[in-house]
Design a protein around this ligand. Structure first.
Ligand SMILES: Nc1ncnc2c1ncn2[C@@H]1O[C@H](COP(=O)(O)OP(=O)(O)OP(=O)(O)O)[C@@H](O)[C@H]1O
Ligand SMILES: [Mg+2]
Length: 496
C-alpha cells in the first residue's frame, strides 16, 4: 500500500459522522448524475450544509485566458448568485495559484485577501476554497464563505472538502466523457439519418426513420417487395424510392394500377401482344413488363387482379418469363417486382380470392407503411412542406389550425392531408391559415348528420361494403362485427 494511500486512510478515519454521511449522500448523487450542472448544484448544496457556510460557489477556470466563470452559485436561502463580483475573487485567484485547498478566518485582517474589493463589499470573515482538477490542471474551484468569523470552519472541513472535491473531479470526468460520447453519438446518428434520407418522404418520427432505413436496405437487393398500408400512406413513393436507391435506378421504373381495369386490357398492358391477337391488335406490342427490362415494375393494387391473371403473374415471378398475348415465344425479362395493396392479402387468401402461392411469391420482403394517425408528430413537418409546395406567397399556419390537423384521424392519410392543405390555401385570403380554413370532410359529414344512429349505421355499412367490393368477410373485419351481423343488417335494409 502506498504511503499516500495510508495517509488518506488516516484522514478518512478522522472524518466526522456528518461528513461521512454527506460523502455517502454525495457518492449516491454522483452515481446517478448525468449532467454537469445538476451535479454541481447538488455538490454546492451539500458543502453549504456540511460546513454551515452561508454561500457556496463553483466557478470554472479557463486557463488559456486566466478567467473564471460561474457554473453554479448558491446562497443559503437557495437564491442564485449570478455575478462573480459578489464573491471573493481573491480566494479564487489564490486557490488557482497554489493549486491546493485554502481556509481563512478573519479575512478582513489578512492583508493578502482584504485588498480585494469584493471581500470588503461583502464583509466576508471566513472563506474556504478547494481546487477541482481535471487531467492534472485546475478545472474549477469550490468556494464557500461566511460573514461570520466562524471557527467551526476547521481544518477538518478543509480535509472533507478535499475529499469531496476529488469525488467531484471523478464524477465530472465521467460526466464530461459521457457528454462527449453523447455528442459524438448524436453527430453520428444525424449523419446516419441524413444518409438514410429519402427526399420525397417527409417524416422524422421513429416509424418513418425506421422505414427509410428498411427501404435503403432492401434497395440493395433484388427481392420482390410487397408494400402494404392504408390508402394515401405513401406506398407508391416507397416503391419509387426502392428503385431510385437501387442499382436499377438508371433503368425504367414502370407502374401499373391493377384496380378496376378489365382483365384483358390489363393483361395486354402487362404482357403485350402479337399482331392479330385480338381485334384491334394491328401490330406487335411490347408489354410494360418487357419495357421495364433491367428496371423495376410496380404493380399497384395487386389485390384486384383476377384469378386468371394471378396465374400468369405467378409464372413471371417464378421464371422471369413472359409470353405476349397471341404469341408462343417465351421471352426472358429482368425486372424487379414491387407490389402494393391497401387490402389484407392474407385475408383474401383465406377467403379464396387470392392465390396463396402467389401471395408467398409477392411477400418475400413485406413493408408496412403506418397510417398517418400513428405518426402524428410528423404532421407539422408535412404541413410545412405542403404549404411551401402549394402556396405562391409566403404563408404560415395558426397553432390552433395545426392542433386541429394533429387531432384528426386521417382516414385518407397523407393524400387527404395534402388536399386539406391545398384547399385551405385556396380559401385563405391572408397570409396565415387558420382553423376556419381547415375543412375536414369526414368529420363534417358526421357533424352535420341529422339522422338516427340506425341510419348512420346503414350509411357506414354501405360505404364499407363498397370499399371492400362487397366482400362481407373483410367488411365485417374492418367494422369489428361478425359476418352474421352484416347479413342481418342487410336483411333489415331489404337488400338480401
Ligand atoms: N412521407 C411523405 N412525405 C411527403 N409526401 C408524401 C409522403 N407520403 C406520401 N406522400 C404524398 O401523398 C400522396 C399519396 O402517396 P402515395 O400515392 O404514395 O400513396 P399510396 O399509399 O400509394 O396511396 P393509394 O393506396 O391510394 O394508392 C402522394 O402525393 C405523395 O407524394
Ligand atoms: Mg398508390
Amino acid at each position: 500500500m502506498s504511503n499516500f494511500f495510508k495517509e488518506n486512510i488516516n484522514h478518512i478515519k478522522n472524518l466526522s459522522k456528518d461528513e461521512f454521511e454527506s460523502l455517502y449522500e454525495f457518492t449516491q448523487i454522483l452515481n446517478s448524475a448525468t449532467r454537469q450542472d445538476l451535479l454541481i448544484e447538488d455538490a454546492i448544496d451539500i458543502v453549504i450544509n456540511v460546513i454551515n457556510a452561508e454561500r457556496g460557489l463553483f466557478v470554472k477556470y479557463d486557463e488559456s485566458n486566466d478567467t473564471f466563470s460561474i457554473i453554479s452559485a448558491r446562497k443559503i436561502s437557495n437564491e442564485t448568485i449570478t455575478d462573480l463580483h459578489e464573491f471573493s475573487s481573491g480566494i479564487l485567484q489564490k486557490v488557482i495559484k497554489e493549486k491546493k485547498p485554502l481556509l481563512y478566518h478573519d479575512v478582513m485582517g489578512d492583508p493578502h485577501l482584504s485588498q480585494f474589493e469584493s471581500v470588503q463589499i461583502q464583509r466576508i470573515k471566513s472563506v474556504i476554497g478547494v481546487p477541482i482538477t481535471r487531467d492534472g490542471k485546475v478545472w474549477g474551484v469550490i468556494v464557500a464563505d461566511s460573514q461570520l468569523d466562524r471557527r467551526e470552519f476547521t481544518d477538518e472541513n478543509l480535509l472533507f472538502l478535499s475529499f469531496f472535491s476529488n469525488l467531484v473531479s471523478l464524477a465530472l470526468d465521467r460526466i464530461i466523457k459521457l457528454e462527449e460520447l453523447e455528442k459524438e453519438n448524436q453527430i453520428l446518428t444525424n449523419r446516419l439519418q441524413s444518409l438514410f434520407e429519402i427526399p420525397d418522404m417527409i417524416g422524422e418520427s421513429p416509424v418513418m426513420r425506421n422505414l427509410s432505413q428498411v427501404l435503403y436496405k432492401v434497395a440493395l437487393t433484388d427481392a420482390t417487395v410487397l408494400i402494404t398500408g392504408e390508402s394515401g400512406t405513401g406506398k407508391e413513393i416507397a416503391a419509387k424510392a426502392i428503385h431510385d436507391l437501387s442499382k436499377r435506378k438508371d433503368k425504367p421504373f414502370l407502374a401499373q394500377f391493377c384496380g378496376s381495369i378489365p382483365d384483358n386490357l390489363l393483361e395486354s398492358e402487362l404482357f403485350g401482344y402479337k399482331k392479330g391477337a385480338f381485334t384491334g391488335a394491328n401490330s406487335d406490342k411490347q408489354g410494360l413488363l418487357e419495357a421495364a427490362d433491367g428496371g423495376t415494375f410496380f404493380l399497384d393494387e395487386i389485390a384486384d387482379i383476377s384469378i386468371a391473371l394471378q396465374a400468369k403473374l405467378l409464372r413471371v415471378l417464378e421464371n422471369r418469363e413472359i409470353i405476349r398475348l397471341g404469341d408462343v415465344k417465351v421471352r426472358k425479362i429482368n425486372v424487379r417486382i414491387i407490389t402494393a395493396t391497401n387490402k389484407d392479402l392474407q385475408a383474401l387468401v383465406k377467403d379464396g380470392s387470392f392465390r396463396e402461392d402467389l401471395f408467398y411469391r409477392l411477400n418475400v420482403f413485406p413493408i408496412h407503411i403506418p397510417p398517418l394517425r400513428e405518426r402524428r408528430n410528423d404532421i407539422p413537418l408535412l404541413i410545412d412542406s405542403f404549404i411551401k409546395k402549394f402556396s405562391e406567397k409566403k404563408m404560415s399556419i395558426d397553432p390552433a389550425a395545426i392542433k386541429k390537423l394533429e387531432n384528426y384521424y386521417w382516414p385518407g392519410n397523407i393524400r387527404q392531408l395534402i388536399n386539406v392543405i391545398h384547399r385551405a390555401i385556396i380559401l385563405c385570403e391572408g397570409e396565415k391559415l387558420g382553423s376556419d380554413h381547415i375543412i375536414l370532410e369526414d368529420s363534417s359529414v358526421a357533424d352535420s348528420f341529422k339522422g338516427t344512429l340506425r341510419e348512420y349505421e346503414m350509411i357506414l355499412l354501405k360505404k364499407r361494403l363498397e370499399e371492400f367490393n362487397s366482400n362481407r368477410t373483410l367488411t365485417a373485419k374492418s367494422l369489428d362485427v361478425s359476418v352474421r351481423w352484416i347479413q342481418l343488417k342487410l336483411k333489415e335494409m331489404g337488400e338480401q
